[in-house]
Write a new protein. Sequence first.
Length: 239
Amino acid sequence: MIGIHSALEALKVRPHAVKEVWLKKGSERDSTMQPFIEFAEQSRRPLRFQQEGALNQIAPSHQGVCLWLTETPELDLADLPGVESTEPTTLLVLDELSDPHNVGALLRSAWLFGCAGLIVPERRAAHLTPSVIKVASGAAEHVPVIVSARLNDDLSILKEKGFWIYGLAGEGRQTLPQTRFHEKVILLIGAEDKGLRTSVRKACDELIRIPQLDAEASFNASVAGAIALYEVQRQRQNP
C-alpha cells in the first residue's frame, strides 16, 4: 500500500491488517508522516525509515510511505453487496483497461458514486497494483475489486441475478441522458484504444453514448466512466 491518502484510509478502515510501516528516510519530522509514526508507536508495529531507492522498487509514486498489509482477500461475485438482493445496485466492469491511472481514477469514482464493486478481467488489464491503489486515493478500502477469469460467464451470472448491462460505446443508439437505468446496473467500459471487445459487447442489453461536440474525438475512459456513474446516481436521487 503506497501513497499518503491511500495509506491514511487503510489506517482508518483496517488498522488490524497493517503489519509494518515504511517511511522515507529523513521524513521523521515531516508533519504529513506523523499519523504513520504515531500509529506505529501506539500499535507497536515495526517502523522503518528506508532509503528512497527501496521505496522506488515498490512503486516510484510512493510519496514517501508504504504500508505492508497482511490481507490479500480473494472475492467472488457472491461477496459483492447487492448481488443477491433486489436493492438498487451499481457495478462497474472494465474490459481490458490497461492504464493504471485510468483504473485508479475509475475506482475512486466508483467509491464516490456508490458502486458496490468493480470487476476487471484476469488478462490484459491493470489490477489492484500499488500504482492503481495510489491513484484511487483511498477508494481501494471501500470498493471491492474482483479479478474475473471468465468475464463473459460472470456477466451472464449477473444478468441472471437481475442486472441490466449498459456498455459505453460511441455508436450507441441512445445517449446517456436519454437512458432510464434499471435498478440493478452494470456499467461496462472498454479498453482505452479499442473499446469493448465483440464478445463483451454482445453481452450488453444496451449500448449508450455520451453526447459530445466533436464526433471524431472521444472522452478518456476514466472521464467517460465518471460521467456515466454520475448519471446513474443522479437518476436514483431524482427519480
